[in-house]
Design a protein around this ligand. Structure first.
Ligand code: U4Z
Length: 651
C-alpha cells in the first residue's frame, strides 16, 4: 500500500531531479516556456475531463449514465480540488516536465531540431557560389508543412472515441438495463467506456498539432524518448495500481492487461499523452529555430520575449504563418557543422554545452574563422595572402555596411569571395552582423596580418626572423594572442548575449566590459597553449611566437628552434613558461565565465577544459615536444569536460 503522493515521490520526482540536474546548464527560457505551456494546457484540458471520468457524482455530458473509470482508495489522497486529488494535478504537470527534460537531453546533439528538407540536402556545398550567381539567391523552403492526412487519422480516432461513448451501439445500450438503488448496472458495452473517453479526449489535440505540422520522430534519439518515456510511465502506473494508490474500474475497462497492474487503457493513455507532449515539445523547438533562422518582419529579435504571455502569442503567430527558411543558410549551417566536426575535437565536444541558438551562431563564427585561416595558410605567395586579407576586410565592410555606398554584400559574395569560402561567408552575412559587433572580426584579421609578417620575405634560413618577427616582447605575444583568440572569446560573449536578448534589447550593462576583458584573457590563454604545443611545427613554417627578448643566447636558441635538424632543442624551456602564463590567465578569468548567460557557461567551460588538456599533456611530458604533435585522447577530453560541465570544477 502506497499513498498517491508517495508514488509520485518515489517514482516520478527522482528521475525529474536527476534529468533536471543533468540538463540544468542548458535549461533556458525556451525550455521553460514548453513546461509552462504544457502544464497550463494539461491542467485546462484534463481537469474537467478527469472530474467527469473518475467521479459518478459529476455528470458526464450528454450521457445519462455516470460510469467511473478510476477511483482512489479513501486514504490514498491528501486532499482534492473540486473532485480531483491534488496529487493528480501534480501528476499532470510532472509528466510534461519529465518528458520535456528527457526529450531535450536525448535530442541535445541536434543543432537544428527538425528534418532537413530535401531541397537543402540536394545543394552541393562546392556549388553554392555558382548557384547563387545563376539564380541570384537561394530558394526559400517551408520546414513546417501542414499534415492534413495524418491529422485525418487522429480525427478518425476522435470519431471512434465519440462513437464508443455516444454512438448507436455505444455504452448507452447499457442504460435501460437494471437500475439498482445505488447506480447503474452496466453491461459489456460499458467496458469500452474508459477507452472511449481517452480517445475522444486526447485525439483531437493530437490532430490539431499534427495538422499544424508537428513531427516528433524524425531526429535520432527521438524514438528513444518514446521508448524510455512510455516505458517509465508504464512502470509508474503499475506501481500506482499494484500498491493501490489508484484503482482502475473493472466495469469500464476491457479487461485486457499488458501485465498485472497495467490495463491496456492505461497503456494507451500513456502512449497518447507522451505523443502529445513530445509533439508539442518538438513543435515549440521548431518554432524557436524558425524565429532564430528566419525572424518574421513583425518581431525585431531572434530571441523570444521574456514575458511568457507575449512569448506564447509570438509562437502562435509563428505557427499560423511559419516563415520560410533560406535554403542556403540551412545548408551552410549543416555543412559548417560537419566540417567542424571533422576538424575540431574540442569544439565538437564543447558545443553540447551551449544552447541550440548559441551553437548555431558559434558554428557560423568558427566556420568563418576556420575558412579565413585556411585562405591565408593556403596562399602560395605574399601577394595572394595580402589579397585575401583585403578581401576579408572588404567583406566585413559590406556585411556591416557602415559606410555609405558600400557594395551590397550579395554582390560582394558573388564577385569577390572564393568558391571554397563561399558557404561560410554567406552564412556569416545572413546570421552574424546583428549579433556580433565587427570589431572582434577586425581584430582577428589584424591577427592574420601579424602572422603574415613572419613570411614577409622568407628566405628560409631564419637569419632575418629577428627583423620580421612581429613578436619581440611578451606584450607583442599577448597582443597577438588577443587578436587571434581573444577576439573569438569576445565573439562568444556577444553571441551569448544576443541570443538571450529579446525585442527590448538589454539594459546598458557596465559589467559587460569587465566580462569581455576577462573573456579575452581566457582566449589568450588558449592561444598560448596552442602556441606551446605547436612550437615545433610552427618553426618548420618559419614562425616563432616566443618573444625574442626572452632568449638568453639569441642566436643559439634561434638556430636550435628554427632548424630542428640541429639536434633536438630543449623545448621545455619555452613550453613551460608559456603554459605557466596560460594557467595564470585562466585562473584570473575562469570565474567570470559564470557571469555569462547561463546557457553559455557549460559550453565555454567545456571548451576551455578540453583545450587545456593539451597543455596538461605537454606538462606531463615535462614540456618536451616530440616529432609527433601532442595529442589528447578522446576520453581525457571527455573526462575534463564532465568535470566542469556542471560547474564542479572551474580549473
Ligand atoms: C502557442 C504555443 C505555445 C505554441 C504553438 C504551437 C501550438 C499551437 C502548440 C499547442 C500545443 C497544445 C495545444 C498542447 C496541448 C497539450 C495538452 C492538452 C496536454 C495535456 C496533457 C495531459 C496530461 C499530461 C495528463 C496527465 C494525466 C495523468 C498523468 C493521469 C494519470 C492517471 C492516474 C494517475 C490515475 C488514474 C488514471 C490516470 C491515467 C488518469
Amino acid at each position: 500500500m502506497l499513498r498517491y503522493y508517495q508514488v509520485l515521490l518515489y517514482t516520478v520526482i527522482p528521475p525529474i531531479a536527476l534529468l533536471g540536474y543533468l540538463y540544468s546548464p542548458l535549461f533556458s527560457r525556451r525550455d521553460g516556456l514548453k513546461i509552462v505551456w504544457l502544464a497550463l494546457m494539461a491542467t485546462l484540458w484534463t481537469t474537467p475531463w478527469d472530474n467527469c471520468v473518475s467521479l459518478p457524482s459529476v455528470p458526464f455530458p450528454f450521457l445519462p449514465i455516470h460510469p467511473q473509470a478510476w477511483s482512489y482508495p479513501p486514504h490514498s489522497v491528501l486532499f482534492t480540488i473540486y473532485h480531483v486529488p491534488i496529487e493528480e494535478h501534480a501528476f499532470f504537470i510532472l509528466q510534461p516536465i519529465l518528458l520535456v527534460l528527457l526529450h531535450s537531453i536525448l535530442t541535445l546533439r541536434h543543432m537544428i531540431p527538425l528534418r532537413i528538407p530535401q531541397q537543402v540536402k540536394a545543394i552541393k556545398t562546392e556549388e553554392m557560389k555558382s548557384l547563387m550567381k545563376s539564380r541570384g539567391g537561394f530558394e526559400k523552403v517551408q520546414t513546417l508543412r501542414r499534415r492534413p492526412l495524418m491529422a485525418g487519422f487522429w480525427i478518425a480516432l476522435t470519431a471512434l472515441g465519440f462513437t464508443i461513448l455516444f454512438g448507436p451501439t455505444s455504452i448507452q445500450a447499457a442504460i435501460p438495463q437494471d437500475i439498482a438503488g445505488n447506480g447503474w448496472t452496466l453491461n459489456d458495452k460499458t467496458r469500452a467506456f474508459y477507452l472511449g473517453c481517452i480517445l475522444a479526449w486526447i485525439s483531437p489535440v493530437i490532430a490539431l498539432l499534427t495538422y499544424l505540422g508537428a513531427r516528433s520522430m524524425d531526429l535520432k534519439g527521438e524514438r528513444w524518448t518514446y521508448v524510455v518515456g512510455i516505458g517509465y510511465l508504464w512502470f509508474v502506473d503499475t506501481v500506482g495500481i499494484r500498491s493501490q494508490a489508484w484503482q482502475i474500474s473493472e466495469q469500464t475497462t476491457l479487461g485486457i492487461n499488458l501485465w498485472k497492474g497495467l490495463p491496456i487503457e492505461e497503456a494507451i493513455f500513456f502512449v497518447l499523452t507522451t505523443h502529445l507532449i513530445l509533439l508539442s515539445s518538438s513543435l515549440i523547438s521548431h518554432l524557436h529555430t524558425l524565429l532564430f533562422l528566419a525572424p518574421p518582419p513583425y518581431y525585431s529579435s531572434r530571441c523570444p520575449p521574456k514575458n511568457p504571455v507575449r512569448h506564447i502569442i509570438l509562437l502562435s503567430r509563428l505557427v499560423l504563418d511559419p516563415p520560410d527558411v533560406d535554403t542556403g543558410v540551412l545548408h551552410a549551417l549543416c555543412a559548417s557543422e560537419e566540417t567542424l566536426r571533422k576538424g575540431s575535437k574540442s569544439f565538437t565536444l564543447a558545443k553540447l554545452g551551449w544552447e541550440r541558438e548559441i551553437r548555431c551562431g558559434l558554428v557560423a563564427v568558427y566556420g568563418w574563422c576556420r575558412i579565413t585561416d585556411n585562405l591565408i595558410d593556403e596562399s602560395t605567395s605574399q601577394r595572394e595572402s595580402q589579397h585575401m586579407l583585403q578581401m576579408m576586410k572588404g567583406f566585413l565592410d559590406c556585411a556591416y555596411a557602415d559606410a555609405e555606398g558600400t557594395q551590397s554584400v550579395d554582390d560582394f559574395l558573388s564577385n569577390n569571395v572564393p568558391e571554397s569560402a563561399f558557404p561560410a561567408f554567406h552564412l556569416f552575412s545572413r546570421l552574424l552582423p546583428p549579433m556580433i559587433p565587427r570589431h572582434a572580426f577586425d581584430d582577428l584579421v589584424q591577427g592574420y596580418e601579424m602572422d603574415l609578417s613572419f613570411t614577409a620575405t622568407n628566405d628560409g634560413d631564419g637569419s632575418d626572423i629577428v627583423q620580421r618577427s612581429p613578436i619581440k616582447t611578451q606584450d607583442d605575444l599577448i597582443l597577438y594572442a588577443d587578436r587571434v583568440a581573444g577576439s573569438v572569446a569576445d565573439m562568444i560573449c556577444h553571441l551569448a548575449w544576443a541570443v538571450m536578448e529579446d525585442e527590448y534589447g538589454s539594459k546598458p550593462n557596465p559589467g559587460r566590459k569587465k566580462i569581455l576583458e576577462k573573456a579575452r584573457e581566457m582566449g589568450q590563454a588558449l592561444q598560448l597553449v596552442n602556441i606551446a604545443r605547436d612550437i615545433r611545427t610552427d618553426a618548420i613554417l618559419q614562425r616563432l611566437y616566443i618573444p625574442l627578448d626572452t632568449f638568453d643566447d639569441r642566436q643559439a636558441d634561434l638556430d636550435a628552434l628554427l632548424d630542428n635538424a640541429l639536434g633536438s632543442p630543449d623545448y621545455a624551456r619555452y613550453t613551460l613558461p608559456l603554459l605557466r602564463t596560460a594557467k595564470k590567465l585562466r585562473q584570473g578569468s575562469a570565474d567570470d565565465i559564470e557571469r555569462l548567460p547561463r546557457t553559455a557557461r557549460a559550453g565555454t567551460r567545456a571548451m576551455v577544459a578540453s583545450y587545456f588538456e593539451i597543455g596538461k599533456e605537454v606538462e606531463r611530458r615535462g614540456g618536451r615536444l616530440d616529432v609527433e604533435r601532442v595529442k589528447v585522447s578522446k576520453w581525457r577530453r571527455i573526462g575534463a569536460v564532465l568535470r566542469c560541465f556542471w560547474g564542479w570544477s572551474t580549473t
